[in-house]
Design a protein around this ligand. Structure first.
Ligand SMILES: Cc1cc2nc3c(=O)[nH]c(=O)nc-3n(C[C@H](O)[C@H](O)[C@H](O)COP(=O)(O)O)c2cc1C
Length: 363
């Protein structure tokens, strides 16, 4: 059957449908559990969460489901030298923005940020290991062979994220159980870790078969997959599962802000762009006022995670005001195909559509 793949065997799940981890709020324990309960694999995006919050969320997921689920973290950047002049220039710029610049000025003045992400990651990872999370995935980097084998020795399945063939090969060499092939269409941050430039923006339909041909581990297709048509296409390209983020953003259980859900549901094929404006790292989201305004900024945008910390007061203001023009509205190129429904209902429809599509092709 179409749903019996290397990934369903590896993770012990009925269907090769993974709900993408989405850090920053969308992937609530309720969303993760609803997807796992319908036979997919729900994933908690825990990149921005404290160790205590991760532990509480994992325990809540376990109250809601006894099925496998995953937790995702960001591989840490090496200790960053901070260009304080650049930071102050960006702070001054953000304070000039209307209508909130003056309101967030004090918060910006007092802002401190973590530049030693390695310690923060180690503390998050300790919780993942202690809680014996069934599946762990990461993005933004590649751990060492020793790290991966220590995680696997605890019985945890490990997935890495690649945006090029070279990254997929590097991840396989590090010993991961499976690789996510993240195409250009994908919503959210690019997982690219071997040098970001325009040549690393490869569409899902081009990327998946090239990675499938070059690695021995199962490949999970991600980027622009929204319904049964996309699932069948990904499986035909050799993927052993799909990972879908935007498809669950507007679901009932998603923790995305109501204005964000509305923007996704009203989006079109041309709505999204890749921008480093919000976080200092390229990510795909719906074009809004802040992305347009930052073009007038005449100095380099500070790198991730510094810019992410600098725009947080603005984004918090936008959330309080329900103003989508100054929120990060991460979503993929096929966001217009989003559905407003319960997450379990979305999974059931995806399975039905896949079966219907296969029966049409088999005619
Ligand atoms: C709002 C949002 C947040 C995301 N956050 C993460 C994350 O924390 N970790 C991660 O590995 N991928 C993250 N992604 C990327 C997804 O894993 C996946 O590559 C993407 O959703 C696939 O494209 P699609 O959105 O078109 O389905 C995020 C995507 C979105 C839309």
């Amino acid at each position: 059957m179409w749903y019996e793949t290397a990934i369903t065997r590896l993770f012990g799940i009925p269907y090769p449908l993974i709900q993408a981890p989405m850090a920053g709020g969308p992937t609530t324990p309720e969303l993760v559990a609803a997807v796992s309960n319908e036979g997919g694999l729900g994933f908690l995006g825990a990149g921005y969460m404290s160790p205590e919050a991760i532990r509480a969320a994992v325990r809540r997921i376990r109250e809601l489901t006894d099925r496998p689920f995953g937790v995702n973290l960001f591989m840490p950047e090496k200790h960053l030298p901070v260009d304080w002049d650049g930071v102050n220039r960006m702070k001054d710029y953000l304070k000039t923005l209307h209508p909130f610049g003056k309101e967030i000025a004090e918060e910006l003045n007092d802002l401190s940020f973590e530049t030693n992400l390695e310690d923060a990651f180690a503390a998050q990872m300790t919780v993942v290991l202690e809680e014996r999370v069934p599946v762990f995935s990461f993005t933004f980097g590649c751990p060492t062979r020793e790290e991966v084998s220590a995680w696997k020795a605890r019985g945890i399945r490990v997935i890495g994220t690649a945006t090029t063939v070279a990254e997929a090969v590097r991840l396989e060499e590090a010993g991961v159980d499976a690789v996510v092939a993240q195409g250009y269409e994908a919503g959210g941050h690019r997982g690219t870790f071997l040098g970001f430039d325009a040549s690393a923006l490869i569409g899902t339909i081009a990327l998946v078969p090239q990675i499938v041909d070059k690695v021995g581990v199962p490949v999970i297709a991600a980027g622009g997959i929204m319904d049964g048509r996309g699932i069948v296409a990904a499986l035909a390209l050799g993927a052993s599962a799909v990972q879908m983020g935007t498809a669950f953003l507007a679901s009932r259980e998603s923790g995305a802000h109501p204005s964000y859900k509305k923007a996704v549901l009203h989006s079109r094929d041309t709505s999204t762009v890749i921008t480093a404006a919000f976080s200092g790292k390229p990510a795909r989201g719906i074009q809004n006022a802040f992305i347009s305004l930052i073009h007038e900024y005449d100095a380099p945008i500070p790198p991730y995670p510094i810019q992410n910390a600098l725009t947080r007061p603005m984004r918090n203001w936008a959330a309080r005001q329900s103003d989508p023009e100054f929120m990060s509205l991460w979503s993929g190129q096929a966001s217009a195909l989003s559905r407003e429904a319960g997450a379990g209902e979305i999974v059931r429809r995806l399975i039905q559509e896949t079966e219907q599509m296969l029966s049409i092709l088999n005619r």
